[in-house]
Design a protein around this ligand. Structure first.
Ligand code: LCS
Length: 393
C-alpha cells in the first residue's frame, strides 16, 4: 500500500513492512551477520551498488531497514539510519558533519554526554563548540563564526524544558550555510516534526518514547535529503555504530503504539503538572503545557502536544528533592525517560554529572532540579505517590 498520504497512526503500523517468502505479517528478526550472494557477479554488484541486495548486517539488514523506513516515514524524511544507541546517532552525526577546524553551535542544556563528547573528545580533533541558550536567537547569531558548520538543537532541552524556535533556527541556519540538526527525543514525530519546520537532520534516542518499554537502547537519524543521508550512512557503517536486528525488532514492536502511549503519557502529565504547580512545597515547575512556562505560546505553535517530561524544584532545595526521590514508591528512581513507567531522577548528580558545575549553572541545570518522566499508570496513583512522598518532607 502506498502510505504517502496515509495518516500518522497508519504509518506507525505499516510503514517499512516487508513482504517475505513466507508471508510474515510482522517484520521478522533477520538474526544473521551476513547474506548469501546468488553468485560471484551478484556479490560484486551488491558491493558496486548495481544491485541493492543485502551484504553484511553492519551495512544493512532487512529488520533494521524496516525500522529505518518506518521512522523516516513518520518524520517525513528521505531515509533513516539506525544506530546502537542515541549517543551513537549523535556522534555519527558530529563525525559526518564536522571536520577539524570546524565549529558547532549547540543548545547549552543539551543531554550531558552530547555536550561532553564535544568538549572532551572532539576537541582532540580541533573541532570547536559553543554552547548557548538557543531559546535566545540573538545568542545563536552572536555565536556564529566563519568556521561554523552545524547548528544543533535539543528542544525541549533535557532537563531544563527550555524550548527553541525551530522555524527561526532554520532561517538562521539557511542564511549562514549551517546544517540544522534537531534532537527530537522528547517529542517524537508524533508531537513535533523538525524536518517539516526546516531542519536538515533529525535524530532520536529510540531508547525513550519511540521504543517506549525501557528494554533496549538505540538511536536513529533521519535526513531530509539524499546527499546528507549518504554522507551520514557512510560514517555509521565505517564507524560500526549500527543497530542490531533484535534491537530493531523490539523498536518496531514498540513504535506501533507510540501515539496511544504518548496520548496517555501526556494526559497524565497535565494532571501531575497541575498537582505539582499548586503544591506548597513546590518552588517552581517547568512543563510546556502550563501557562506559567515562559515559552508556552512557542510550545503551542511548534509542538502538537506538551509531552510528558516535567522539571521542578522544591522549596526545601536539593535536600528536599533527595528526600522526595527516596520516598516515592511507584515512580522508579532511575535515569532514562519516555517509557510506560513513571521515572524520577536528579540530573545534576546523575544524567548531567559529567557537565562541569559552571556549565550546569550557565545552562540552568540547578542543583534543586528534579526530573519527572510521567508514565501511563493511573494518574491518581502517580499523584498519590508524589503526595505521600511530599508529605514526608
Ligand atoms: N538525546 C537525549 C535528549 C537524551 O535524553 C539521551 C539519553 C540521548 C540523546 C542519548 O541516548 P542513549 O544513547 O542513551 O540512547 N538520555 C538519558 C537520560 O536523560 N537519562 O538516561 C539517558
Amino acid at each position: 500500500m502506498d502510505l504517502k498520504y496515509a495518516g500518522f497512526d497508519t504509518k506507525l503500523i505499516h510503514a517499512g513492512e516487508i513482504e517475505d517468502q513466507f508471508g510474515s505479517a510482522t517484520v521478522p528478526i533477520y538474526q544473521t551477520s551476513t547474506f548469501r550472494f546468488k553468485n560471484a557477479q551478484h556479490g560484486a554488484d551488491c558491493f558496486s551498488g548495481a544491485s541493492d541486495g543485502y551484504i553484511y548486517t553492519r551495512i544493512g539488514n532487512p529488520t533494521i531497514h524496516a525500522l529505518e523506513q518506518n521512522i523516516a516515514a513518520l518524520e517525513n524524511g528521505f531515509g533513516g539510519i539506525a544506530t546502537g544507541s542515541g549517543m551513537g546517532a549523535i556522534t555519527t552525526v558530529y563525525m559526518a558533519l564536522l571536520n577539524g577546524g570546524d565549529h558547532i553551535i549547540s543548545t547549552d542544556a543539551v543531554y550531558g554526554p552530547a555536550r561532553g563528547v564535544l568538549e572532551q573528545d572532539f576537541t582532540r580533533f580541533h573541532v570547536e563548540a559553543s554552547f548557548v541558550n538557543t531559546a535566545d536567537l540573538d545568542e545563536i547569531k552572536k555565536a556564529i563564526r566563519p568556521n561554523s558548520k552545524v547548528l544543533y538543537i535539543e528542544t525541549p532541552a533535557n532537563p531544563t524544558m527550555q524550548i527553541t524556535d525551530l522555524v527561526a533556527c532554520a532561517k538562521i541556519a539557511k542564511e549562514h550555510g549551517l546544517v540544522l540538526v534537531v534532537d527530537n527525543t522528547f517529542c517524537t514525530p508524533y508531537l513535533q516534526k523538525p524536518l517539516d519546520l526546516g531542519a536538515d537532520v533529525v535524530l532520536h534516542s529510540v531508547t525513550k518514547f519511540i521504543n517506549g518499554h525501557a528494554d533496549i537502547v538505540g538511536g536513529i537519524i533521519v535526513t531530509k535529503e539524499a546527499a546528507l543521508y549518504k554522507k551520514i550512512r557512510h560514517c555509521m557503517v565505517y564507524m560500526g555504530c549500527n543497530m542490531d536486528p533484535h534491537q530493531a525488532y523490539l523498536v518496531l514492536r514498540g513504535v506501533k503504539t507510540l501515539s496511544l502511549r504518548v496520548d496517555r503519557n501526556q494526559e497524565n502529565a497535565v494532571k501531575v503538572a497541575d498537582f505539582l504547580e499548586s503544591h506548597p512545597k513546590v518552588a517552581w515547575i517547568k512543563y510546556p503545557g502550563l501557562k506559567s512556562h515562559p515559552q508556552y505560546e512557542l510550545a503551542k505553535r511548534q509542538m502538537m502536544g506538551a509531552g510528558s517530561m516535567i522539571s521542578f524544584g522544591l522549596t526545601g532545595g536539593f535536600e528536599a528533592g533527595k528526600k522526595l526521590m527516596d520516598n516515592v514508591h511507584l515512580a522508579v528512581l532511575a535515569v532514562s525517560l519516555g517509557g510506560v513507567e513513571t521515572l524520577i531522577q536528579h540530573p545534576a548528580s546523575m544524567t548531567h554529572a559529567g557537565v562541569s558545575k559552571e556549565n550546569k549553572e550557565q545552562a540552568g541545570i540547578t542543583d534543586d532540579l528534579v526530573r519527572f518522566s510521567v508514565g501511563i499508570e493511573n494518574a491518581e496513583d502517580i499523584i498519590g505517590d508524589l503526595k505521600q512522598a511530599l508529605d514526608k518532607i
